[in-house]
Design a protein around this ligand. Structure first.
Ligand SMILES: NC(=O)C1=CN([C@@H]2O[C@H](COP(=O)(O)OP(=O)(O)OC[C@H]3O[C@@H](n4cnc5c(N)ncnc54)[C@H](O)[C@@H]3O)[C@@H](O)[C@H]2O)[C@@H](O)CC1
Ligand SMILES: Nc1ncnc2c1ncn2[C@@H]1O[C@H](COP(=O)(O)OP(=O)(O)O)[C@@H](O)[C@H]1O
Ligand SMILES: [K+]
Length: 552
């Protein structure tokens, strides 16, 4: 599933209209109908009549077999069914207010109003601006609604009774919105939010930045957002993602092929995207003749006296991700204490006698990395004297893919690593927002302001695969593509969860996945395992990092 910016959406709209010759108003009709269908679904679910609605009365009279397949065996015969997606199916009809802005988002809302009326729902149009100021397709929709006799009021001139309605369609501002909502738009958004009524947003909640997910003041709090054509970046990024409610992406006639040909760089990380865009074998078939040598060997340089568990978590996760062998290099003093903690691991003393790492251990790590398929560094590493030289030696000397996490990222942030000899093998960086801030030299708040945009730019500029962790982790490649993950949950905000991810990604790299595949599939599996582990507890907050490994 493609994820677009407002600018990309405008280009795709234009191409559909100009290259394919589909009239703009046809796209708006599709949008309006999709919004109405989702509102009807919501009405049905709220009144408990979520089952398949019957067609209209005429249909039932004419049908013999009928549409209801679960009603016992009926003789075959002549059947007719109605447009079920637009039928209330016994749900309360209610009365919806349609808040319409003067752009195309407003036009979508006006089109939806006609379909709602057709389904038997009472609607009142609430214009944010004088109806005469609407232009183009939106003006056409205004005239169609008037011709059908839909009641309309103009905000500021007429009274709007939010208390009496059963729901609100938010069609005030869409991808053409710029800055914080002003004037009547701001007042209508505030009134809609404080009404307590369910709000269904057209395309994006009004007041949301469609690209970054920043929520302006005020911003609609929707129960459902009917996103049109392609997912907008802002709907995946917090806090916007929290304002959108349940997001439903509906086609309106803009072919996905245009997004593919036009090089839209961002996708939602779904099994389908993993299979088709990233060519990952998600079924993870293993050759019947495979042996431990087939599935690769991970070297992990991690752990120190106060954080040995980080190394253990990463090492165990790599094994559970399916690699053949893991060697964990750690400070000599710790080694006797972790013997047997995970009998499947191989251990190698590489650090100093006092339980910490030192710059001099680089030669030993380099020696251990020979013949290994991947080296992961960082979990529980700590900082030490001349650690920048240490990391530089590994960066320049390890002839296999590397995963760099935790303190190794902080070392990188303090180094001018663009001046280091460039590597022939890929590097995956796995920062959380705080580490990303240090890498990029900005504040954490700035990182969170547009995670997708930042990840895309950083990965391309530095030639790395970047995994920007946190809610909706972003995986960006040096080639300029990004994948946004939605598996996982807030219960995974627990010490060591990131170490587990490092192990999973390293374990997948060892099995021959390329950097983008390992990072994306690793992030996806890590989230799924977190979900599975949470289901085994009464409360997801009880989750600890080791549970994620056990759920892999
Ligand atoms: N072919 C198309 O162009 C299609 C467009 N679609 C809809 O059109 C939307 C984009 O339409 P538009 O580009 O017309 O833009 P919008 O309808 O999002 O908003 C533009 C209007 O809002 C005003 N405005 C902008 N920022 C404001 C602010 N901060 N406070 C108050 N007023 C503000 C502008 O003056 C302008 O009149 C999409 O989100 C989608 O809903 C769909 O109908 C599908 C087809
Ligand atoms: N709200 C959330 N939703 C989904 N995943 C989350 C959420 N919070 C944290 N995570 C995931 O948990 C992991 C935490 O990693 P990190 O912050 O590095 O922890 P640590 O350093 O303790 O190992 C990351 O993979 C992150 O994406
Ligand atoms: K909207």
């Amino acid at each position: 599933m493609y994820v677009v910016t407002a600018e990309e959406m405008r280009r795709l709209d234009r191409e559909t209209i100009e290259r394919l010759g589909i009239p703009a108003v046809a796209l708006m009709e599709n949008a309006g109908r999709a919004i109405a269908e989702e509102i009807i679904k919501l009405c049905r679910s709220r009144s408990g009549s979520a089952g398949s609605p019957r067609g209209d009365a005429g249909t039932e009279a004419a049908g013999t077999a009928g549409a209801g397949g679960g009603e016992g065996i009926k003789p075959p015969g002549f059947t007719v069914s109605g447009d079920n997606a637009l039928a209330l199916g016994g749900a309360d009809a209610g009365h919806w207010l349609v808040l319409a802005g003067k752009g195309n988002n407003g036009g979508d809302g006006l089109a939806a109003a006609r379909y709602l009326r057709e389904a038997g729902i009472a609607v009142t149009l609430v214009y944010a601006a004088a109806p005469e100021s609407l232009a183009g397709e939106a003006a056409l929709q205004r005239d169609a609604a008037a011709a059908l006799g839909l009641p309309a009021v103009v905000y500021g001139r007429d009274r709007v009774d939010f208390a009496a309605c059963s729901g609100i369609v938010d069609a005030l501002l869409g991808t053409g919105s710029a800055g914080a909502p002003r004037g009547a738009y701001a007042e209508l958004i505030a009134a809609a939010n404080s009404s307590g009524k369910p709000i269904v947003s057209a395309d994006i909640p009004s007041g949301l930045d469609a690209d970054t997910g920043q929520a302006h003041e005020p911003c609609i709090h929707a129960a459902v957002t009917v996103c049109l054509a392609f997912l907008k970046r802002g709907l995946l990024q917090y806090p916007g993602a929290g304002n959108a409610g349940q997001v439903v992406v509906r086609s309106i006639g803009i072919p996905a092929a245009l997004a593919r040909e036009g090089g839209v760089p961002v996708s939602l990380l779904t099994p389908e995207v993993l299979r088709t865009r990233l060519q990952v074998d998600v079924s993870r078939r293993r050759s019947p003749e495979g042996h431990k040598g087939t599935y690769g060997h991970v070297l992990l340089a991690a752990g120190s006296l106060s954080m040995s568990g980080a190394g253990l978590l990463a090492a165990r996760a790599a094994l559970r991700a399916g690699c053949g062998l893991v060697t964990w290099a750690l400070p000599a003093m710790l080694l006797p204490h972790v013997i047997g903690a995970a009998p499947e691991l191989m251990l190698a003393a590489a650090g100093g006698e006092n339980g910490t790492w030192s710059a001099g251990t680089a030669a030993e790590v380099l020696r251990l990395s020979t013949g290994r398929d991947v080296t992961a560094v960082g979990p529980g590493l700590g900082r030490f004297a001349d650690d920048q030289e240490w990391l530089r030696a590994l960066w320049e000397g390890i002839a296999a893919p590397m995963v760099i996490d935790a303190d190794a990222l902080n070392i990188l942030a303090d180094s001018d690593y663009s001046s280091w000899t460039s590597r022939c093998h890929p590097v995956i960086l796995t920062p959380h927002p705080g580490e990303m801030a240090r890498l990029a030299g900005i504040s954490t708040a700035e990182v969170q302001r547009d995670r997708i945009g930042l990840a895309l730019a950083y990965a391309r500029e530095h030639g790395v695969t970047l995994v920007l962790k946190g809610a909706h982790t972003v995986v960006a490649t040096p080639e300029g593509e990004a994948y946004v993950n939605i598996t996982g949950h807030p219960g995974m905000g627990t010490g060591g969860a990131g170490d587990v991810l490092t192990g999973i990604i390293a374990g997948l790299l060892a099995q021959g996945l390329n950097a983008a595949q390992a990072a994306a599939f690793g992030v996806y599996l890590h989230g799924l395992a977190g979900e599975r582990a949470a289901r085994q507890r009464h409360d997801p907050s009880a989750l600890i990092a080791g549970d994620i490994i056990e759920a892999l």
